[in-house]
Write a protein that binds this ligand. Structure first.
Ligand code: ADP
Ligand code: MG
Length: 380
């Protein structure tokens, strides 16, 4: 009886999640750094999922631009608050869903803060990655009477469209390939796959991965902001009563900085890096936009990043994009281009839209869509 109730709750819960749409966009506004908290922010209003940006007169026409997302976190939002709105999505990986969580934004906007946390980690400041795994351990323990779970992780970096294993100390010469046809859901079979069962295991691995990333960054001047890093969590569950197995996979991705590099100012390696970042972020935007619009062809093959994540984007998979913006007026240009990217991936078509043709759609969902600002549906 208990099992049946749990099962029903879980189903219902997942239906609600599915109904809400498989692509969610959260925006997080970073606070001012280094005691500049009384400077005026360009973000002047935040209310649930709505926010507006002030464009000061010295940056062109003065005015206010409004944006809507599934959720907006202001500068005082804590790591715990951000996580609690992400937790249900993360938990669905134990039910066999594939999940992708991205951090997008210009360098310095807070991507690593959200995903990993600040340099000085405490229980309060740790980010989504660590919290996600701790939560999966707790939940899998709670279910241990009915399902036995195995959880393992991979840590990869994509730099210049090449995949590197962050859990191997010197893997600079080893090129890893993506295989989307694998049977067991592990699409980079040559990368280390490490079983984890405690938060201590996770901390050790994250430190190892971070050190391996740092080794190259001294040689190449903060490479971490010019590569994508991806923590992949593979979950396998076996129903103790029936023997049935389920698989879920979650990618937690700290993307390369989205800032545009002035081509006239960079040459050589730096230009090549910039072009790769540009290409892979556009490819990601194209894939998510085409999923949001439910187009027939989804262009996964245009970058290593989208190939790597293919099984976890679209279909039954759930996607969450954390968009990061800075409060400084100096960052206005990049902030607007970040918000423009976000609008594109969050596009919900109104009117004769496909969304409305879906007869299973609830009143709540319709209201949610209707309440979105015009900014969301505007196309350029
Ligand atoms: P990114 O990874 O996008 O380049 P970081 O996460 O490294 O940016 O953030 C830049 C700096 O701002 C870091 O010192 C970080 O700790 C700080 N920071 C970012 N977001 C927040 C936040 N929400 N609260 C407090 N400090 C933050
Ligand atoms: Mg970073």
């Amino acid at each position: 009886e208990y099992r049946r109730v749990v099962e029903e709750n879980r189903k219902l819960y997942n239906q609600v999640q599915d109904l809400k749409g498989n692509i969610r966009v959260y925006c997080r506004v970073r606070p001012f750094l280094g005691g500049h908290s009384n400077r005026p922010s360009i973000v002047d209003r935040i209310d649930q999922g709505n926010m507006s940006i002030m464009t000061p007169s010295k940056y062109g026409k003065e005015g206010r631009k409004s944006f809507s997302f599934n959720k907006v976190f202001g500068p005082s939002a804590t790591q715990g608050e951000v996580f609690s709105d992400t937790q249900p999505l993360i938990r669905s990986v134990l039910d066999g869903y594939n999940v992708c969580i991205f951090a997008y934004g210009q360098t310095g906007s807070g991507k690593t803060h959200t995903m990993s946390g600040p340099a000085e980690l405490t229980e309060d400041t740790v980010g989504v990655n660590y919290r996600a795994l701790s939560d999966l351990f707790v939940l899998s323990q709670q279910r241990r009477q009915t399902i036995s779970y195995d959880i393992s992780v991979q840590m990869l970096e994509i730099y210049n469209d090449q995949i590197r294993d962050l859990l191997v100390t010197d893997s600079s010469n080893r090129r890893l390939e993506v295989r989307n046809s694998s049977q067991n859901g592990i699409n980079v079979p040559d990368a280390c796959l490490v079983p984890v069962s405690s938060t201590a295991d996770v901390i050790n691995l994250m430190n190892l991965g971070q050190n391996n990333r740092a080794v190259s960054s001294t040689a190449m001047n903060d490479r971490s902001s010019r590569s994508h890093s991806c923590l992949t969590v593979h979950v396998q569950g076996r129903d103790l009563a029936t023997g049935a197995t389920l698989r879920g996979c979650m990618h937690l991705v700290d993307l390369a900085g989205s800032e545009r590099v002035d081509k006239s100012e960079v040459i050589g390696d730096r230009l090549k890096e910039a072009q790769h970042i540009n290409k892979s972020l556009s490819a990601l935007g194209d894939v998510i936009a085409s999923l949001a619009q439910k187009t027939a062809h989804v262009p996964y093959r245009n970058s290593k990043l989208t190939q790597l994540l293919q099984d976890s984007l679209g279909g039954q998979a759930k996607t969450l994009m954390f968009i990061h913006i800075s409060p400084e007026p100096e960052a206005l240009g990049e902030t607007l281009s970040t918000l423009k990217f976000a609008e594109r991936v969050a596009t919900v078509e109104l009117g004769a839209a496909r969304v409305n043709k879906d007869s299973t759609e609830s009143k709540e969902l319709k209201e949610q869509i209707a309440s979105r600002k015009v900014a969301l549906v505007k196309k350029d």
